[in-house]
Design a protein around this ligand. Structure first.
Ligand code: NAP
Length: 328
């Protein structure tokens, strides 16, 4: 019987999740259109949640995690892709309740698959992955809502994370002056090298006495933390400023009044890269491979499938930084 290797998360009878590399039969993969030989995957916070058995992400186990994959088409029942085409899949249900990209092979619907732009190497596509696509969509949303470099500082929270670091790199490439909020003082210099003009302490920010509004500091923001951090960000936006709301690394509640919206016309722009229309994802990949191409080598570590479970544990504990590209 033909088999392939994949990381698989199982839940013990006691309810404990564990993730290990195993050989699986091809019948383990779902029936679907496109069989892809994965060359690279990448790690995102959602993978850490899925591999820790978080039922809000993955309901059924055993499960192959991995919301990102890039590789080569082996076969396609839909006829949309030729054998050998270089393709990328990010989000939709992959790695959530459909088996994911931390695997030598995936089988997915054709309408989840995008052909990688010719000038973008497969490995670089996974340096970006969902984190990069999200950063790109957040910046695109801010620009669409009238943010331009001459309007003032742009704040990025969760700035040593995947979304945060790519946001800083790309914003600075596009001429914005970026302020990074981070809980990791040891990485201040790395954030400045990436393009942040200033780094402010996450701990100090969280301890500010609560007010209905603060001084208007930022023309725009990208928030990956949620909760009280997002509240503080909204209250510091300039008139008409927007925050792209990407994540909830610190919390999901939003305890605040409406003042910033009705007294300053501020806006919250929700970003959800996973279910964005394929055409929009495609447009973002085109930009990433062209006018928005930035070097992410310094913030990426390449790891093997075997190393993934350890990194995912560190990610849940908040001890990782930057991007992890997984060579399959
Ligand atoms: N909306 C979307 O489409 C989309 C797509 C991708 C990711 N996301 C979400 O965006 C968030 C960030 O994703 P990521 O891939 O960048 O994650 P990540 O690489 O794990 O980074 C998260 C960063 O947030 C900060 N952080 C972590 N835990 C925290 C806590 N308990 N309290 C305060 N700060 C904390 C840390 O930065 P500092 O130490 O520098 O502060 C950390 O590096 C996650 O919630 C993820 O689910 C959403």
């Amino acid at each position: 019987m033909q088999t392939f290797r994949a990381l698989i998360t199982e839940i013990s009878p006691e309810g404990k999740a564990s993730t290990a590399l195993k050989s699986l039969p091809f019948t383990f993969l779902p029936e679907s259109d496109v069989l892809i030989k994965v060359a690279y995957s990448s790690l995102n916070y959602k993978d850490a949640l899925s591999a820790s058995g978080h039922k809000g992400i993955t309901r059924n186990f055993p499960h192959i995690p991995g919301i990102d994959a890039a590789g080569v088409v082996v076969s396609d029942l839909s006829g949309k892709f030729q054998t050998g085409a270089r393709v990328v899949v990010t989000g939709f249900d992959m790695g959530m309740n459909s088996h994911g990209g931390l695997s030598e092979y995936i089988r997915v619907p054709a309408n989840w698959v995008i052909e990688i732009p010719t000038q973008l190497p497969t490995r670089i596509a996974m340096q970006w992955g969902t984190a990069g696509l999200t950063a790109a969509m957040a910046i695109d949303a801010l620009i669409t809502n009238q943010l331009s470099p001459n309007m003032g500082d742009v704040l990025v929270t969760g700035s040593t994370g995947g979304v945060g670091m790519i946001s800083i790199r790309l914003l600075s490439h596009l001429g914005f002056s970026v302020v990074a909020l981070s809980g990791k003082p040891a990485l201040e210099e790395s954030l400045k090298k990436l393009g942040a003009l200033r780094v402010i302490s996450r701990q100090q920010f969280a301890e500010e006495p609560l007010r209905a509004l603060y001084a208007m500091e930022y023309a725009g923001a990208i928030d990956t933390l949620g909760g009280n951090y997002l509240v503080q960000v909204v209250k510091r936006l300039q008139y008409g400023g927007s925050v792209a709301v990407c994540g909830m690394a610190a919390g999901v509640e939003l305890p605040m009044q409406v003042y910033p919206f009705i007294l300053r016309g501020t806006r919250m722009l929700g970003i959800y890269s996973a279910e964005s229309p394929l055409s929009y994802k495609h447009a973002m990949w085109e930009k990433i491979s062209d006018v928005w191409a930035v070097d992410l080598e310094n913030i990426c570590q390449e790891i093997k499938l075997e190393e993934v479970p350890f990194v995912l544990e560190d990610m849940i504990a908040g001890n990782t930084s930057g991007r992890f590209v997984v060579k399959i």
